[in-house]
Design a protein around this ligand. Structure first.
Ligand SMILES: C[S@@+](CC[C@H](N)C(=O)[O-])C[C@H]1O[C@@H](n2cnc3c(N)ncnc32)[C@H](O)[C@@H]1O
Ligand code: SF4
Length: 390
């Protein structure tokens, strides 16, 4: 029996194309190709209409969309007509909350930053810029097509247009010196007035060019101790600049946490449309279940399958255990922790391990909130592994 009432609703729109494929990236992203704009609008529309039916069919009580997120791929490359149509259609179908957060991920190339004003006019009120590095040497290593000058232009442009700007950075490369990183970060934060930052340590993902290079010894990763040192110092710098760390890799100024991602971490309801996107809804029908909607990954397959009528690759009723483990895994990413009443079957937690983790000061469990202690957040994966009953 589902105990917790999930009543927030988000919409994720995936745009699968990029200028080029970055060697570290395992996202569903493909090199730009010629597309038929009207066909793409039709396929998105069919999926959005189908999801409205699913909300009704599952008695899901929602009052308009809380957030809308254009992710990718590189959504700043989307033809404006597609962005405009998706915003119009979803507003008509689901309605928008008055303070809806609408984010678009953008690359800092000059072509894309020229479009910022148009995005704002269409209703985008939060821009997430993939600067990735503050150092030309590492931008080249990451295979990015932009340089520091482009980042500067994009951020100056964005600052004139948006009140809510987020930047993504990747760090802790092999060979990166800690004082260089601190200096870069501090001078960056002194120069720009940002509301949000996502700092990711480089990970090697299977199927990427970096995966092969790593296997062949061409690139190396930082060892865990060094990576932890980078993590701690980054937390300190960000805290000095009055950013609140609210998730493993995410920092926000007061009032600027990303509402959309919070809905994922809090296991709320979200709809996912576009190639490879997935959505999850809590059905309110008699046998309450969480339902997952998975889309075809390949852009051409997705487009042709959804052009005349909506077609998801798979619709699955999630097993309670699977869903509970997901709720726990996502919820513990948050610094404020997880309300334990969100877990439907507590047998997924090994309470003997929980006690030990409490004794080692890694976890706290107070007033029904389970929380990983800040200092140990970097070890979240091993903590979860120990905590979950196998
Ligand atoms: C979908 S991408 C963002 C959109 C945009 N295409 C871009 O690259 O700027 C999401 C973010 O995940 C991060 N990311 C992707 N692959 C990563 C990896 N292997 N290691 C660390 N961070 C990664 C990058 O910071 C990237 O901005
Ligand atoms: S990191 Fe961003 S730009 Fe690079 S391939 Fe992935 S989605 Fe595209």
């Amino acid at each position: 029996m589902i105990k917790y009432n999930h009543n927030l609703l988000s919409l994720y729109v995936h745009w699968p194309y990029c200028e080029s494929k970055c060697p570290y990236c395992d996202f569903n992203s493909h090199i730009n190709e010629k597309i038929n704009i009207n066909d793409w609008i039709k396929s998105y529309k069919n999926q959005l209409l189908a999801m409205k039916e699913e909300l009704i069919e599952n008695n899901i009580n929602f009052r308009h969309l809380d957030t809308l997120f254009f992710g990718g791929g590189t959504p700043s490359l989307m033809p404006l007509k597609i962005v405009e149509s998706i915003i119009d259609i979803s507003k008509k179908i689901f309605g928008f909350k008055k303070n809806i957060e609408i984010t678009l991920e953008a690359n800092p190339s000059s072509y894309e930053s020229k479009k910022f004003i148009k995005f704002k006019q269409l209703g985008i009120n939060r821009i997430s810029i993939g600067a990735q590095s503050l150092n030309n040497k590492y931008l080249e290593f990451l295979g990015r097509l932009h340089n520091i000058e482009d980042v500067k232009i994009a951020l100056n442009n964005a600052s004139e247009i948006f009140d809510n700007i987020s930047v993504d950075l990747i760090y802790a490369f092999h060979g990166q010196k800690i004082h260089d990183w601190i200096n870069e970060l501090e001078s960056f934060l002194n120069t720009y007035n940002l509301q949000h930052l996502s700092l990711y340590q480089l990970t090697i993902e299977e199927g990427t060019k970096f995966f092969k290079d790593h296997k062949n010894g061409i690139i190396k990763l930082k060892d865990n101790d060094k990576a932890a040192e980078f993590y701690d110092i980054s937390n300190k710098v960000l805290s000095d600049f009055r950013f609140i760390k609210y998730e493993v890799s995410n920092y926000a100024k007061n009032g600027f946490k990303c509402k959309h991602n919070l809905n994922y971490w809090n296991s709320e309801n979200w709809i996912g449309v576009g190639p490879g996107a997935y959505g999850r809804l809590w059905s309110a029908k008699k046998n309450k279940n969480r339902i997952e909607y998975q889309n075809y990954k390949n852009p051409k397959t997705w487009l042709s399958k959804n052009l005349l009528q909506p077609d998801f690759e798979k619709i699955t009723k999630l097993d309670t255990n699977v869903s509970d483990i997901d709720t726990l895994t996502m919820g513990l990413r948050l610094y404020e922790g997880l309300e334990i009443s969100k877990i439907n079957n507590l047998s997924i937690i090994n309470f003997k391990s929980l006690k030990e983790l409490q004794n080692q000061n890694m976890l706290t469990f107070k007033n029904d909130v389970l929380k990983v202690n800040k200092k140990h957040m970097i070890k979240l994966n091993s903590i979860l592994d120990y905590l979950i009953s196998h």
